[in-house]
Design a binder for this molecule. Structure first.
Ligand code: SF4
Length: 199
């Protein structure tokens, strides 16, 4: 039986954030999110039922036609869905499969890169941490930096650590710059796709 997922959008673009910044990647944004951050910039993704069900076959055809060598599965919260059927087929295309998640639902799928963006009010499941390749925390205040540090303790030592300011306010930038200079295990992640004016 053909497997379908509710998909808000899918497009070939440039990864704007974190370790793979600047690399072309095919983004698949699943619909549905039970985390519901007040500062979310993709609120349209929250209601899974508002978006069409798209087959794995169709998504894989689009990825193949694009020529991408990386696929980023994001959301919404992609782990609300069992990602095994989708990632199994994607791996047949010999692409790297990345995920961006809050980690608040069980990990699924064959994943080459896990970016955890934890949320204080809906915490990651304990079993997710050992799979984290990249930790990315959005920072508004000092409290977020304290939270980022406590989350980093739970991740593998090899995990890349990023603090990210919110796009629409520069308020936290001095705080982040100062912190990263004193704590060089952290780096700054910026939403560079917004400078490039790509989705
Ligand atoms: S987890 Fe992501 S998609 Fe869900 S509300 Fe937060 S920022 Fe938005």
């Amino acid at each position: 039986m053909e497997v379908h997922y509710p998909i808000m959008e899918h497009f070939y673009t440039i990864q704007g954030e974190g370790y793979h910044t600047g690399a072309p990647a095919y983004f698949i944004r699943t619909a549905g999110c039970d985390v519901q951050c007040w500062w979310c910039d993709v609120k349209d993704s929250w209601d899974g039922e508002k978006h069409p069900l798209i087959s794995v076959k169709y998504l894989c055809e689009q990825v193949k036609d694009s020529g991408a060598d990386k696929v980023v599965i994001t959301g919404g919260e992609p782990l609300l869905h069992d990602l095994q059927p989708l990632t199994t087929e994607l791996k047949k295309l010999a692409v790297d499969v990345h995920i961006e998640t809050s980690g608040s639902s069980p990990l699924s799928g064959t994943l080459d890169w896990v970016t955890l963006s934890p949320k204080r009010f809906k915490k990651p499941l304990p079993e997710v941490y050992e799979h984290v390749d990249e930790l990315k925390v959005v920072v508004l205040t000092n409290k977020d930096i304290e939270w980022a540090e406590s989350e980093a303790q739970k991740c593998p030592k090899t995990a890349r650590l990023y603090l990210q300011p919110e796009w629409d306010t520069a308020e936290s930038i001095p705080l982040i710059v100062d912190y990263v200079k004193k704590n060089p295990q952290w780096a700054i992640s910026l939403q560079t796709h917004k400078f490039l004016d790509v989705p």
